[in-house]
Design a protein around this ligand. Sequence first.
Ligand code: ADP
Ligand code: MG
Length: 322
Amino acid sequence: ATPAATMVGSTLGAQNGVLFKGGDVLERAKDVDTVVFDKTGTLTTGEMTLTDVVALEDEGEGKGARAAADGGDAAADGGAVATQSRLDESEVLRLAASAERDSEHPLAQAIVEGAEERGLELVDAEAFENVPGQGVRATVDGREVLVGNRRLLESEGVDPSPAEGEMERLEGEGKTAMLVAVDGAVAGVVADADTVKESSADAVADLRERGLDVMLITGDNERTARAVAERVGIDPDNVRAGVLPEDKADALEDIQSTGRKAMMVGDGVNDAPALAVAHVGTAIGSGTDVAIEAADVTLMRDDPLDVVKAIRISEATLAKIK
Ligand code: ADP
Ligand code: MG
């Protein structure tokens, strides 16, 4: 781009809350044919709330006991169950939240807040370990607690299948369902949900109208990812789910290997390598510093419609001044 075009584009961008890091970025942005959105914190607000707590019953007793997380009556009556093999909802939540207290993940924070709101007394966990893209492991009251996805339990040799029905039900509602295992057996499921941003569907529709392909990439599972994709108008074939943090950049390279020029839009530390690999990396301004540093474009607002603006500005300024 000529210095003049760069000036016009950058200024127009800044006035619209879109910061381009240099003139070559403006030029690259007009060639973008595919926009790849991260899910959590990008298409959704990322503000998680605990929505469900489920305690599984002993094998042979049939379906899992289901309880809405806000039904606060479960706490006191747990003592009626004499056997130690079955945990009630409050105990599932107390152990999970105690294990998650040292995690900074938004999913973990929602679990902790949900437990505190329900008046549960959390304890200090020992031997806390964070497994990126999978969950956490910790010792709580001398018990081995795992909170996370199927992959986490399987890698620890715990069979997640007794909870599969409950997991699928919650994921089908677009929630992030997490398994809670205690002493080597799955004991329950907790679920968090966040809210799809108001303008996400409009942004996807605008981009598609402009002839761009729109994709979704997430570490979250397929079912949850598809439920969110459906809500915002992204084709189910364009969903890449269950992508580990360290694999996000590879996934981007794979998408671009067919000659596509992708704009990756993300907010998290997890997204930084993918933002760097993309033809254009775009960070949501409220996101982490690491993401903003890795990106070529920063959106000052939280609004997915500004992705459309970024592409329009680069097209407009470079078309006019050449
Ligand atoms: P995203 O790409 O949506 O930001 P992550 O890559 O951080 O997600 O995590 C992927 C999945 O791993 C989550 O959807 C969740 O199932 C599981 N997970 C990650 N961290 C935690 C945690 N602290 N507690 C429970 N589950 C977790
Ligand atoms: Mg994110």
